[in-house]
Design a protein around this ligand. Structure first.
Ligand SMILES: NC(=O)c1ccc[n+]([C@@H]2O[C@H](COP(=O)([O-])OP(=O)(O)OC[C@H]3O[C@@H](n4cnc5c(N)ncnc54)[C@H](OP(=O)(O)O)[C@@H]3O)[C@@H](O)[C@H]2O)c1
Length: 355
């Protein structure tokens, strides 16, 4: 019996143009980890789930050598540096993973690109659209791979949903709703709350609902945002309403003051797709059709899901691609510009803002 899911084609990635020297497929891609914070820890745990023939965690750097050595000992990393520059200049590192706070991404991505290294950079790639465009131009002029670590785009089930919607089998998207929030109980100096480190719910959490909407609806024609700000001037609680030329609307929320639902739904003329808590790295979705029937779509992830973005980087580097078709750089820049516009509406400014 045919179902919505079984009618979909395999999840192959259409290779992009091979324009750079490709890495050999008969040895692992050697990763250099720049910073040793929370996400760097999660990322290397995911790398460790991948075949050693594909991935090697070659080196790690921290601001203090002791932190790097401690991280290296826990995660079995061969080389530890107390200086980010030494990491990017290590000839035994093929690709650099940047895991510092957003406000430092530009400096650290440039450090790696100037050393001739491809980069996977944590989200948000920068604080502003202009800075994101600068990084994309720099990588392009050097013929080097660059990708924002927007792992949601690489999650198999999210890609399946794209296939299902593109197939037209359930009509076009009319309403999309997505939320990501968690109560942040940290000191004001924490990167999530400190404006000098790019603090705020939008760039940390809101980026996921906004990316999700962009994946299935493209560029909005109108964006209206409202937020409550902290005394330091970062957004704590955020709501964004968007409309599209197609007639669709999206309602997106993010929070650092609430244990919010962290769910998403997509409503078309013929079906309601519901993603449970953790919508930004889902393994299941429920599709309820207009005849009342329900189907559960399931796609497992490797590790906690971060492994899929790493696999995509490995695929691109081995194919000589400087941009992933799953995480297109023009969309990364467009979304940063959309978040610039949202910040203007809610009154959040960073030192990196140019006007
Ligand atoms: N993909 C995801 O699901 C996900 C989840 C969480 C965070 N992130 C992103 O990853 C980035 C890092 O977040 P995180 O939660 O890992 O942050 P974190 O735990 O605070 O770690 C940040 C690391 O950056 C380094 N660093 C360098 N200069 C710093 C400075 N002036 N202040 C603070 N840290 C500095 C530090 O590493 P050393 O001391 O080792 O040098 C620190 O451990 C953010 O851009 C965030 O949006 C992504």
């Amino acid at each position: 019996m045919s179902t919505l899911t079984t009618d979909l084609p395999p999840l192959d990635v259409l290779p992009g143009p091979a324009v750079a020297d490709s890495l050999p497929a008969d040895r692992p891609v050697r990763w250099g980890i720049l910073a040793t914070g929370r996400i760097a820890t999660a990322f290397v745990s995911n790398l460790a789930q991948l075949p050693p023939t594909d991935v090697e965690i070659a080196a790690v750097a921290a601001r203090r050598l002791e932190s790097a050595e401690e991280f290296a000992a826990v995660h079995g990393v061969g080389t530890a540096y107390g200086d980010y520059r030494q990491l990017v200049e290590d000839p035994d590192v093929d690709v650099v993973y940047v895991a510092t706070p957003h406000a430092l991404h530009k400096e650290h991505v440039l450090l790696a690109l100037e050393a001739g290294k491809p980069v996977l950079c944590e989200k948000a790639i920068t604080l502003t659209g202009d800075d994101a465009a600068d990084l994309v131009a720099e990588a392009g002029s050097r013929g080097l791979f660059l990708m924002e670590a927007m792992w949601t785009r690489c999650i198999p089930l999210v890609r399946r949903l794209g296939q299902l919607l593109d197939s037209g089998a359930i009509g076009s998207v009319q309403q999309l709703r997505a939320d990501l929030g968690v109560h942040v109980d940290r000191p004001p100096t924490d990167r999530l709350l400190d404006p000098s480190l790019g603090g705020g719910a939008l760039l940390d959490m809101g980026i996921y609902p906004i990316t999700f909407a962009h994946l299935f609806l493209g560029e909005p024609s109108q964006v209206a945002a409202t937020a409550t700000l902290s005394e330091a001037g970062v957004d704590l609680n955020l709501a964004v309403a968007q409309s599209y030329d197609s007639g669709a609307v999206a309602a997106l929320t993010a929070s650092m003051t609430a244990q919010s639902p962290t769910t998403a739904s997509i409503a078309t003329e013929r079906a309601l797709i519901e993603l449970p808590s953790g919508f930004h790295h889902p393994t299941t979705a429920t599709v309820t059709l207009d005849d009342g029937s329900t189907e559960t779509m399931t796609e497992p992830v490797i590790g906690s899901g971060l492994a899929h973005e790493a696999l995509e980087v490995v695929r691109c580097l081995r194919n000589g691609e400087i941009e992933s078709p799953l995480v297109p750089l023009d969309e990364t820049v467009a979304l940063m510009r959309q978040m610039d516009a949202i910040r203007r509406q809610i009154g959040v400014r960073y030192a990196a803002d140019r006007s």
